[in-house]
Ligand binder design. Structure first.
Ligand code: ADP
Ligand code: MG
Length: 409
């Protein structure tokens, strides 16, 4: 079976340090790491001022880094082939191609905030799979954020408010330098999660609450299934969903769909819309998109209520309903996600759903701890029967935030 294990902090630190030595022939000043994340529930709610509930994974991206006397930034990654170097002053939007944009972009964003940084060199290694919807991009940004914060003495990583500044820098790096779409959930999870908790994020006011999430104590496990399905049409579809929600909110006279309090009344008011790109969306479709967003926000509240009350097994129903809503009303699922979810449920999962933006990526299933192997095997078989690429499997726990990982060694 295709298991994707999480490295221990010591193992990850040693790998990054070894990569650094091989590339630069010296010891790094330190090693820092940041987690990938998986969203428990609350999908396509972030840009509607809604709620989501990510947990940090034990799977982390490790960065061994040292400041240098010049203003050059030199980067290498075990997941990429090239060594990249560019003066700090030349880093910015439209000036960095490929993966270094996520990493070096954070330094650019912090410099934009008035922080003084120098040059550095760094080596990356990671056990967070790419493009699986587990946010390897935010893990990379956040690991660099805490690393440069410490070596240049910015002091932002030390407290909550400072970490919010780091989150904003990571978001700018991804949106403006790497040129990818991100709403901020991933970076918040990477920089503010706490061990044994899920992070309830309210995108209306930016507030966050740590919700107890200790599945092992209840004899449960969260199985993440990386479908390996090729993403298709993701960018255009994401933009259209977002634009449809914005058009619907405008029609309803509210700033975001979070403010919809009477769903039946709102649905009755909706009509055909034409998006800024000229796409016509029929009233029936607009209504289904709005119904997903509003009911999904309600499901996050329900999920959190059950977790807080210790009724953990009962969250399965909300997961199932979330998947149906994403598949039928929001239409962002795909055959691989549907099959993963159905096979997991048929093999005994309490609930299962796609997670992340959709059209590929990962699904999650809540399972009894002693059924992880049998549920995984059922999903693997269902994929094999269809001739699909074998999925990857990993266990998610609810881990801690980005930090230095080599202290005291
Ligand atoms: P996801 O965040 O869901 O994994 P993205 O497409 O947002 O998928 O981010 C993946 C991209 O982030 C990669 O294509 C690469 O550019 C960059 N990236 C992530 N992890 C690493 C890494 N360990 N080394 C180099 N680049 C990385
Ligand atoms: Mg990403």
């Amino acid at each position: 079976m295709n298991q994707i294990p999480a490295w221990t902090a010591a193992e990850g630190a040693e790998r990054a340090r070894t990569a650094y030595r091989a590339a630069f022939g010296a010891e790094p000043a330190g090693v820092w790491a940041a987690p990938g994340r998986v969203n428990l529930i609350g999908e396509h709610t972030d840009y509607n001022g809604g709620l989501c509930l990510p947990i940090a994974l034990a799977h982390r991206t490790y960065v061994a880094l040292s400041p240098v006397a010049t203003s050059d930034v030199t980067l290498t990654s075990q997941q990429e082939s090239d060594v990249w170097t560019q003066p700090l002053a030349d880093i910015g939007p439209g000036r960095v191609d490929g993966w270094p944009g996520y990493a070096a972009g954070v330094s650019w964003a912090l410099a934009q905030d008035g922080h003084e940084l120098g040059g550095y060199r760094a080596a990356v290694d990671s056990c967070v799979p790419y493009g699986a919807g587990l946010s390897s991009s935010a893990a990379l940004e956040s690991a660099f954020a805490v690393a440069v914060d410490e070596v240049f003495g910015l002091g932002l990583g030390a407290d909550h408010e400072g970490r919010r500044t780091l989150i904003a820098a990571c978001i700018r790096a991804e949106n403006e330098v790497a040129g990818a779409n991100t709403g901020g959930m991933d970076q918040s999870a990477a920089l503010l999660s706490r061990d044994g908790t899920a992070l309830l994020l309210d995108m209306r006011d930016g507030s966050l609450t740590h919700i107890p999430f200790d599945l092992a104590a209840d004899g449960l496990a969260l199985l993440v299934i990386d479908t390996r399905a090729p993403h298709q049409l993701v960018d255009g579809q994401y933009g259209q969903r977002r634009a449809t929600c914005e058009a619907a909110a405008a029609r309803l006279g509210v700033p975001t769909l979070r403010e919809v309090t009477n769903l039946p009344a709102a649905l009755a008011q909706l009509e055909d819309v034409v998006l800024p790109d000229g796409t016509a969306v029929a009233a029936d479709v607009v209504r289904r998109r709005v119904r997903h967003v509003v009911t999904e926000i309600g499901r996050v509240e329900e999920f959190v209520g059950l977790l807080t009350a210790g009724r953990v097994r009962e969250v399965g129903a909300a997961m199932d309903a979330s998947h149906a809503s994403l598949r039928d009303d929001y239409e962002v699922s795909c055959a691989e996600l549907d099959v993963a979810v159905e096979a997991a449920r048929a093999a005994g999962a309490h609930g299962a759903r796609m997670t992340g933006g959709g059209f590929g990526g990962s699904a999650i299933a809540l399972v009894e701890a002693d059924q992880v192997a049998s549920v995984s095997e059922a999903v693997r078989t269902a994929f094999a029967e269809r001739g699909w690429t074998e999925p990857g499997f990993l266990a998610a726990t609810g881990d801690g935030a980005a930090s230095r990982v080599d202290e005291g060694e």
